[in-house]
Unconditional design. Structure first.
Length: 276
């Protein structure tokens, strides 16, 4: 299988070797989990002890799996010869005391799914110099996501995307023509997951003439500015003609237009990548 994301894999591994915790950001389907798997394999070969997992709805189960990996106790003695499982709070405290080792690493896939209380605990681990690799969709710039050095996944080159589709076609037992590959490239953008899916759909005869899941956004700012300019003209006309009603209506419309502009700008900021 051809390798892609190798430059980013090398960059992440080099940073971890330098004892640096990281946040890797990428959109859904861009290959974040692939990168995390490759980093785990490479760092394990270099002698690192690694826990790699994701949050699936139970924070305590996640804590217990980390403890088992690093041989950290998960029970507490309540009387002679009698123990009981630690609570989540006790597990967090026990792990925090034991995880700051030279070549230990925690990899959290889909870190944007982690609950807030868990992310606060990761902040504590970060302060204690526990090595962390968080792999995430673009998150809000807050708590642990704001404090880690970040690497943004870059768009794949076209030859990488074609290689992925060609290899997937071979695995599916079909052949894609050059024209089909070019057509599919335009449909899937730079998304490896969509590239594999469209090949599977082609094998089943499900590919349609639609654009698929690729989404292109239209910047509405020029339209909003044009509307605001028109409203301003209406206000000046009302002022010049002495038409108080027209002036008031224009003023109300101006306030509404400004509110829409602010809301639109806020929505755009939420959709931007962290740090963009």
């Amino acid at each position: 299988m051809s390798e892609y994301r190798q430059a980013e894999i090398n960059l992440v591994c080099g940073a971890i070797d330098a004892k640096q915790s990281l946040l890797v950001i990428g959109k859904s389907g861009e290959g974040k989990s692939h990168l995390a798997d490759k980093v785990e394999a490479e760092m394990s070969a270099r002698g690192w002890v690694i826990w790699h997992g994701r949050y699936e709805g139970q924070a305590k189960s996640l804590l217990e799996s980390i403890a088992v990996k690093f041989d950290v106790p998960t029970t507490i003695e309540v009387s002679e010869g009698r123990e009981k499982p630690m609570t989540a709070i006790q597990l967090k405290a026990e792990l925090a005391e034991n995880l700051a080792r030279e070549n230990w690493l925690l990899i959290f896939d889909d870190a944007d799914r982690l609950p807030v209380s868990f992310r606060y605990w990761l902040e504590e681990l970060h302060r204690l110099n526990v090595r962390l690799l968080l792999v995430s969709a673009p998150p809000m710039p807050k708590d642990i996501f704001l404090k880690l050095v970040r690497i943004e996944m870059q768009p794949l080159e076209k030859n990488n995307l074609r290689n992925i589709m060609t290899e997937e076609a071979q695995a599916q037992g079909i052949t894609l023509t050059t024209a089909q590959l070019a057509d599919f490239e335009g449909r899937v953008g730079n998304n490896p997951a969509l590239a594999r899916r469209i090949v599977a759909e082609q094998r089943l005869g499900l590919v349609s003439d639609k654009e698929g899941d690729r989404v292109d956004y239209i910047d509405g700012t020029p339209f909003i500015l044009a509307i605001l300019a028109t409203i301003s003209i209406v206000r000046f006309v009302g002022l010049g003609l002495g038409d108080r009603s027209l002036y008031i209506i224009g003023g109300i419309a101006m306030v509404c237009g400004m509110a829409i502009k602010i809301l639109y700008a806020a929505a755009n900021r939420r959709n931007r990548r962290l740090g963009a």
